[in-house]
Design a protein around this ligand. Structure first.
Ligand SMILES: C[S@@+](CC[C@H](N)C(=O)[O-])C[C@H]1O[C@@H](n2cnc3c(N)ncnc32)[C@H](O)[C@@H]1O
Length: 187
């Protein structure tokens, strides 16, 4: 992904490309060379932090790279929507030039922690040889509720600026699976 990002940035105008850099790191344990105006974390990354300890560690690292008054924007699985709609078994089939892929996702609820393990079985068939490979992955996804986010972020000196449904920008509701939040760090 870093290689692709580097390749794509070389297609941008020089004054933009020269200001971009890419690095890989764990939210719970990363540092950056300077402080930034904004931190943006998209596509459920925060839901991969399975408990308050990990979430607080990530917030503390985010704070260390954010300027005072800076904005943190992130999306996550939204508790009211997830508990109302409930994940169910899903299959997805992709047919490519070289391979056919079948992915089965089976959810497993941990109500005490607001975590849903999404257990994937992935079957990959090489179209030329017919050889079949199978992989398994477990993605523990935490869903969040407004009050706990306000509490956790408030403890880290952030206050809420906005909450909206991802993509539609409506107010989050029981129809909302993924919500986008903005919190500002105190000055
Ligand atoms: C649904 S993917 C979104 C990927 C990416 N943001 C994008 O736009 O393509 C969730 C990502 O969260 C990353 N992730 C999970 N736990 C993480 C952690 N502790 N620190 C940093 N990234 C993490 C995973 O590696 C995965 O790439």
């Amino acid at each position: 992904m870093l290689r692709v990002a580097d390749e794509r940035s070389s297609l941008l105008e020089d004054d933009i490309a020269s200001r971009l850099s890419f690095a890989v790191g764990d939210l719970r344990d990363f540092s950056a060379p300077s402080r930034y105006d904004h931190v943006i974390s998209l596509f459920d990354v925060m839901s991969y932090l399975p408990d308050n300890g990990a979430f607080k560690q990530a917030l503390s690292n985010i704070k260390s790279v954010l300027k005072p008054g800076g904005l943190l924007v992130f999306d996550c699985w939204y508790g009211p929507g997830v508990y109302t709609q409930k994940p169910h078994v899903r299959t997805r089939r992709l047919i490519g030039e070289n391979a056919e892929i079948l992915r089965i996702a089976e959810p497993e609820f941990h109500y005490d922690r607001n975590v849903i393990d999404v257990n994937y079985d992935i079957f990959v068939k090489d179209r030329a040889t017919g050889r079949l490979q199978q992989f398994q992955e477990r993605h523990p996804m935490r869903c969040f509720f407004d009050a706990e986010l306000d509490e956790l972020l408030g403890q880290a000196a952030f206050s809420r600026v906005f909450a909206m449904e991802w993509f539609t920008e409506k107010a989050p509701s029981i129809q909302t699976w993924s919500a986008l939040f903005g919190y500002r760090l105190a000055q």
